[in-house]
Design a protein around this ligand. Structure first.
Ligand SMILES: [Zn+2]
Length: 163
């Protein structure tokens, strides 16, 4: 009888070891997918690959790599088109408006000086927001599986998923 108990215990331990090994192998194969849409968009807006979060997304200012050098994700499916420009213009207007109001009401500057400050601020904001917005939009398209992207989700480890 003790032999039977010992056999059952050792079998149970072996099953647990096998399960742990299997989950660690699966984790090594798949990249650290973002846990939510917002996490993916944050990765994209920081210029990192939304899928793995480690490699760079853009090879040039607004041109993403054709394929992620780290996780192999194909980025040729992205179709951000003019949306990043529209969003960047909207954000710039929203951010510059308080500056314009503040300068007109409180600063004792000529109209030409105010115009120079505002146009400079708009150019800096436009150029500064364009790439992060494009990265976030590419991440959004990838997350929802648009335009040929494969929809992937973060899988919780078996211990975490069990109720
Ligand atoms: Zn990647």
């Amino acid at each position: 009888m003790p032999d039977l108990m010992q056999t059952m215990v050792s079998q149970s331990l072996e099953k647990r070891k096998a399960k742990r090994l299997q989950s660690s192998l699966a984790a090594a194969d798949t990249p650290a997918l973002p846990r939510s849409l917002w996490a993916g968009m944050l990765r994209g807006s920081l210029g990192a690959c939304p899928r793995c979060g480690t490699a760079r997304l853009f090879s040039r200012f607004l041109k993403p790599f054709r394929q992620c050098p780290q996780c192999g994700q194909d980025w040729t499916h992205q179709k951000a088109d003019d949306l990043p420009a529209f969003v960047a213009i909207f954000l710039t207007g929203f951010l510059v408006l308080p500056l314009v109001i503040g300068l007109v009401l409180h600063a004792d500057l000529s109209l030409l000086a105010i115009l120079g400050i505002v146009v400079s601020a708009m150019l800096v904001l436009l150029v500064g927001t364009l790439q992060p917005v494009k990265g976030a939009i590419i991440a959004l398209q990838w997350w929802f599986g648009m335009h040929g992207f494969q929809k992937e989700r973060h899988l919780a480890p078996p211990d975490e998923a069990a109720p």
